[in-house]
Design a protein around this ligand. Structure first.
Ligand SMILES: Cc1cc2nc3c(=O)[nH]c(=O)nc-3n(C[C@H](O)[C@H](O)[C@H](O)COP(=O)(O)OP(=O)(O)OC[C@H]3O[C@@H](n4cnc5c(N)ncnc54)[C@H](O)[C@@H]3O)c2cc1C
Length: 533
């Protein structure tokens, strides 16, 4: 995996070696194209290379959160847990790279800084930290959650303790034994890591700005019998999976939460709570569309928090005040229980804001909390952050950042007006973070490679979205979002965690199956909505 003696004129450049880039490379290589992946990290794996924090694991079941493209692969590989941990998912991706002999075409430790479309040659020029390349096609497999968000706290530079970000966790083992630790942020990463760090640290302070909903994961070791059940007809299982709104879990139950009697509702929520995991969102079919229905679920979870957390004041602070699911819901192992430990304190930043970091810790109101280490579990500049860090220059020298100054717009999330032969995987305008992202990556890799095959077979030079198709798609993405509870709260889905970012609901919430069907129709009809030259 070195950049020595590389042919610098390629058919396709893929940026990113996570689930999306790895499978994209496999598809293009199988078509006989000269394709290379550029990856800034020192290894493959993307999210699972970077997010090594204690407790990191998937919240889509392992048997679903894995590739389906090779029957041999899915039969051979065995998962140890219902929800695999970071190390196991990384090991799986490394295995895939080796098994399909992809390593020679993945250039590690190489950041793509700029890519610009040459209107004369109709090719992309790519400038990277290991030199320049050009290619007919450019595929951005850069991930929707790959640029960390690190708020600029006053006084941070004077802090003398250790700092960590969950999204760029060090490779060596960090043990917090004997330390007083602060963790800032109570999204998914904060909620996953809090119980694990609480067990190590002398004392853990959890700094919470916004309380978040979390349901128990119900994680457990996977038995051979459980896996064999699915492996007996893995293809059938996968076909079913692709028909689900989020390409995982189950179909929502076909009943409104408002039609069920209070007793029945309680019983159903209780069953889902015991089963564990984010399929809780499908306990009734209107939790994501009707605020009244949603409140019944939100109230059930808040009652659970009050039952679990013994101190009633802390329990109240942990109860969210938004609708369930409008911010990314979390799935945990012992999160709320952590607050019953004598070595865990909740600092409600909404009540006592972080005034400043000091050289010894963090000052909230008049109280200085001395900390040996601070963990930023402050998430990502989601969906657009990584793309906009690369200078992507399209026709007429317009950059993607300029094209998206009022918010991201695209046709199907895959293609942007003015950027011919540039494809974006699992980006804004596609189901992305609202669905099983491995299935999303596979669907995109398949659609993009089929599209490239069409261009090559028909001796064409470029494909590019039309203005009308893009506008219609953006309108559709907004219409389906507005019919849900998602836009009702400030979330990273809307860009609300990043100062000055346009507030647009970015992922496509119309359902994975509906999205895939539309993509396939467009392919079958010869790419309406695209200009083919
Ligand atoms: C802790 C955590 C848990 C998650 N759990 C789930 C889950 O349970 N289910 C689910 O569906 N999703 C989950 N996700 C979302 C997860 O990001 C996706 O599932 C998936 O791993 C994304 O794969 P990807 O290949 O699209 O992007 P990534 O895995 O993010 O890979 C993108 C790669 O591109 C590289 N890159 C970016 N810019 C450049 C550049 N300019 N030059 C070179 N390289 C670049 C990055 O270094 C990165 O390695 C989780 C995310 C996190 C952070």
């Amino acid at each position: 995996m070195t950049s020595n003696n590389l042919d610098r004129s390629l058919d396709a450049v893929i940026v990113g070696a996570g689930f999306a880039g790895i499978y994209m490379l496999h598809r293009l290589k199988n078509m006989g194209l000269r394709a290379k992946v550029f990856e800034s990290a020192g290894g493959v794996g993307g999210t699972w290379y970077w997010n090594r924090y204690p407790g990191a694991r998937c919240d889509v079941t392992s048997l679903e959160y894995s590739y389906s493209f090779s029957e041999e692969l899915q039969q051979e590989w065995s998962w140890t847990e219902r929800y695999a941990g970071q190390a196991e998912i990384l090991q799986y991706l490394e295995h895939v790279v080796e098994r399909f002999q992809l390593a020679d075409d993945i250039i590690l430790n190489t950041r793509v800084n700029e890519t610009s479309f040459d209107e004369e040659t109709l090719r992309w020029s790519i400038t990277s930290s290991s030199g320049s390349y050009n290619a007919k096609y450019c595929v951005m497999a850069t991930g929707p959650l790959s640029t960390t968000n690190s708020p600029d706290f006053p006084g941070l530079s004077s802090y003398e303790g250790e700092t960590y970000h969950t999204g760029t966790w060090p490779h060596e083992d960090i043990n917090f034994a004997g330390q007083t630790v602060g963790i800032i942020g109570t999204g998914s990463s904060g909620i996953q890591s809090t119980p694990v760090i609480a067990e190590q640290a002398e004392h853990l302070y959890v700094f919470q700005r916004t309380a978040n909903f979390s349901v128990p994961a119900g994680n457990h070791a996977l038995s051979a019998a459980e896996q064999n059940d699915i492996k007996a007809d893995y293809a059938g299982f996968r076909a079913q999976q692709r028909k689900l709104p989020a390409a995982c879990h189950h179909l929502p139950r076909r009943e409104s939460a408002l039609d069920a009697s209070p007793e029945k509702r309680e019983q159903i929520y209780d069953d889902y709570w015991k089963k564990g995991g984010l399929s809780f969102l499908g306990a009734f079919n209107d939790l994501l569309t009707k605020p009244d229905a949603n409140e019944t679920a939100a109230n059930f979870i808040k009652d659970k928090i009050r039952q679990i957390v013994k101190n009633p004041d802390i329990a109240e602070k942990l109860c969210p005040d938004h609708l369930f699911g409008c911010k990314r819901p979390c799935s945990d192992t012992g999160y709320y229980e952590s607050f019953n430990r004598s070595n865990v304190s909740l600092i409600d930043v909404a009540e006592t804001p972080i005034e400043t970091f000091t050289n010894k810790g963090i000052k909230v109101s008049d109280n200085e909390i001395k900390l040996d280490s601070v963990i930023f579990a402050t998430g990502f500049d989601a969906m657009t952050g990584t793309l906009e860090k690369i200078k992507i220059v399209g026709r007429n020298a317009v950059t993607l950042t300029e094209a998206w100054s009022a918010g991201p717009c695209s046709y199907l999330g895959l293609s942007v007006v003015g950027f011919p032969n540039l494809f974006i995987m699992t980006g804004p305008g596609s189901p992305s973070v609202l669905a099983n992202m491995v299935t999303g990556a596979e669907q995109h890799a398949e659609w993009i490679s089929d599209c490239i095959k069409f261009i090559e077979d028909n001796d064409l030079s470029t494909i590019e979205a039309t203005e009308k198709a893009q506008n219609d798609w953006v309108e559709h993405v907004n219409t389906v979002a507005d019919a849900t509870i998602y836009p009702t709260c400030n979330s990273w889905y809307l860009g609300a965690n990043i100062p000055n970012k346009p507030r647009i609901f970015m992922p496509y919430i119309g359902g994975f199956q509906r999205y895939e069907r539309r993509c396939l129709e467009i392919q079958a009809e010869g790419y309406p909505g695209f200009m083919l030259v």
